[in-house]
Design a protein around this ligand. Structure first.
Ligand code: PLP
Length: 295
């Protein structure tokens, strides 16, 4: 029942009929050495990951996270993860970590060691940062050019745009750039003026009374939190839509949110120093809904 909690996993093939995975899990001290120096995840960022939230003992959106991990594996030509094994690994971890509070559970599949026997996989659970204040206060954002045109995923699939790879150096640099400009976070745009996503979040806007998110057509991740938010809004009788959003439309939107698994929903209070309207009550309702999910 202590944190951090670390589990090394021997990945089994996707088509394995095995149902008991206990022998493939190896609990270890989080501070002990675990990876070989030749690991391609650390040498080249060559691997994929997911981070899901565990709230009061409930891991959230397990299936969407596993299915996105499998999609990332396909894009990166990594062995496709065995969904049952990952489900079991998450359940194994959840049984051994505190059943109260907000936790972040990260799971990683790396290409392993060059010419090594198999991919490497692990799962790591930590206490989530305390995001209560930012959920109330919101974030100031800057728009930053991601340097690619719309349609990049089809034109250059080797850029692995729709995969959640471990190569987050650019995403972190974009957040540092936002801070240099006096903001908290970033919204990436295409070179030709379309909204993409945040470096660690999806973008939702309210435009003409409809809740819109950029279509996850391969260049951005299909956010699990965004999908939950749309379910909530649709259940409340609101209209939702996946489509292209221009930077112009973003600037004139009624409200804008960044949503992600652990920070959840935060209102955007300014875009490139121009104040945005925020809907405090809806942001609170979204977060109450997201925190109350039991699966
Ligand atoms: N887009 C990017 C680039 C991300 O890194 C993340 C989350 O880390 C998201 C979107 C939001 O995804 P999710 O809601 O599944 O956390």
């Amino acid at each position: 029942m202590t944190l951090p909690f670390t589990l090394l996993i021997d990945p089994v093939p996707a088509d394995s009929t095995r149902t008991d995975f206990a022998e493939t899990f190896h609990e270890m001290e989080s501070t002990a050495p675990a990876l070989r120096v030749g690991e391609l995840s650390t040498q080249r960022g060559d691997g994929i990951f997911e981070t899901l939230s565990v709230v009061n003992g409930h891991p959230q959106e397990v299936e969407p996270h596993i299915s996105r991990l499998r999609n990332s594996a396909e894009i990166c030509e990594l062995p496709v993860p065995n969904a049952a094994q990952w489900r079991a690994a998450i359940a194994y971890a959840v049984d051994r970590i505190p059943s109260e509070g907000e936790l972040a559970l990260k799971f990683v599949l790396s290409r392993g060691v060059e010419s090594g026997p198999a991919p490497t996989a692990w799962l790591h659970a930590t206490a989530a940062p305390d995001y209560r204040a930012v959920r109330e206060r919101g974030v100031r954002v800057v728009t930053l050019d991601r340097g690619y045109p719309r349609g990049v995923a089809e034109q250059a699939p080797w850029l692995l745009m729709g995969a959640k790879t471990l190569s987050y150096a650019i995403n972190m640099a974009a957040i540092r750039e936002a801070r240099r400009r006096g903001a908290d976070d970033t919204i990436f745009t295409t070179h030709d003026g379309y909204v993409m996503e945040g470096p660690t979040s999806s973008v939702i806007i309210r435009s003409g009374g409809v809740y819109v998110t950029p279509a996850p057509s391969g260049a951005i991740l299909h956010g699990t939190t965004q999908q939950s938010v749309f379910e909530y809004l649709e259940g409340a009788g609101e209209k939702t839509e996946y489509r292209d959003v221009t930077v112009e439309e973003l600037r004139h939107a009624g409200s804008v949110w960044l949503v992600s698994s652990v920070r959840l929903a935060v209102a955007v209070t300014a875009i490139d120093d121009q104040p945005c309207r925020t809907d405090v009550d809806l942001t609170r309702s979204l977060n109450a809904y997201l925190l109350a999910r039991t699966a």
